[in-house]
Design a protein around this ligand. Structure first.
Ligand code: KG4
Ligand code: ZN
Length: 342
């Protein structure tokens, strides 16, 4: 039962190919989390088609919001504020969520709070770890982002490193396509890797000169493609499970090494992961081992809170709301919004 003191946030997320809405209570309790995924539709094209994504969001968004309110058992009257992802992401997709959030905010006279998508991913960790509070270090690994971040306080970030080219999830998706697994590649590589030998092929672990915490995955992707080509030219049958497992290990090794170096250098004892790739079994296991060996508390969200969802936007929106952050009706979709900027 909700009391008058409870702060309920209605959150909306439409930055890529998931139309999602959620009601979050007091920043940590998810009352509903509705996700309408377009994955099947985009699978036909081997990746997300922006124009199709926007149109599907328009078709689904009202229904998804209605379901989120219904499942939470609350009406718009009881909501304190409307939080919405306004970037980064696909501009047409973002605009759908932003427009609907503005309309609800205007009609109900409830405040509007624009939320950064990455801040949402990081905040997903607060849902199931009630004791987790900043400061800590977080690795955000998704289809569009690879960021190593110090979470100094709620909504206060320092970026230590990011990818210079492909995001980790993008590398998974591209390699999956090259070995014929289809979109989205991450979960498929994760599954196939369990049947392969991660030490079968030595793929490169890329370092970025002069910046210890930056990442680069395009060289690794090219190395996999070269390997596949050379096998084909020599008439060697490729063991796809070995390629998947060896590629995955190369990604995991680099992510773990950079993250643990940062946690140690900055003297933290808490470390979290977030984003779609954070649901990778091998990545979780590697961090579990590395952190427990060094007395670092390791946090990760359940898979449903790793990939895109609106509950994480509701959590981030709550902390922005209680800090006094308010967006005007001129809030726009910002496809390349930087973390920490408003
Ligand atoms: O966070 P997310 O849903 O969307 C973005 O904000 O980008 O992440 C989607 C990405 C995709 O690239 C997908 O292949 C990857 O996360 N992913 C995975 C796994 N599950 C999803 N990558 C590796 N292993 C997984 N189990
Ligand atoms: Zn995301």
């Amino acid at each position: 039962m909700e009391s008058k003191e409870d702060i309920l946030i209605l959150a909306i997320e439409s930055s890529c190919d998931e139309t999602a809405a959620s009601v979050v209570k007091n920043g940590r309790e998810v009352l509903s989390n509705i996700i309408s995924s377009q994955i099947e539709l985009h699978t036909l094209y081997g990746g997300v088609v922006p124009e199709i994504a926007s149109r599907k969001h328009i078709e689904k968004i009202n229904q998804v919001i209605g379901e989120a309110l219904q499942e939470a058992g609350v009406t718009l009257d009881e909501i304190a504020a409307v939080a919405v992802t306004y970037g980064p992401g696909l501009v047409g997709a973002l605009l759908v969520g932003v427009s609907v959030a503005k309309a609800i905010s205007f009609a109900t006279e409830k405040p509007l709070v624009g939320v950064h998508h990455i801040e949402g991913h990081i905040s997903a960790n607060f849902i199931e770890h009630k004791e987790l509070e900043p400061p800590f270090i977080c690795l955000v690994v998704s289809g569009g982002h690879t960021h190593l971040v110090i979470v100094k306080d709620y909504g206060v970030y320092e970026i230590l490193g990011y990818t210079r080219d492909d995001a980790a999830g993008e590398a998974f998706d591209k390699v999956a396509r090259a070995i014929g697994l289809g979109y989205p590649g991450g979960p498929k590589i994760d599954r196939l890797s369990r049947e392969g030998n991660p030490d079968a092929i030595q793929f490169p672990r890329a370092k970025v000169d002069g910046s210890g915490y930056d990442f680069s995955f395009s060289g690794l992707k090219s190395a996999v493609l070269n390997y596949l080509n050379s096998c084909e030219m020599k008439g060697i049958t490729v063991n796809r499970a070995d390629v998947a497992a060896s590629f995955q290990k190369a990604v995991v090794d680099v992510l773990v090494e950079h993250s643990l170096n940062a946690v140690k250098e900055y003297g933290f004892d808490k470390f979290a992961i977030a984003g779609g790739v954070a649901s990778n079994t091998s990545l979780r296991a590697a961090f579990e081992t590395a952190c427990s060996g060094q007395n670092i508390e390791f946090y990760y969200p359940s898979p449903v809170f790793c990939t895109d969802n609106a509950a994480m936007i509701g959590v981030a929106g709550y902390y922005e709301y209680i800090k006094g952050t308010r967006s005007g009706y001129d809030l726009n979709a910002i496809p390349n919004l930087k973390l920490g900027e408003r």
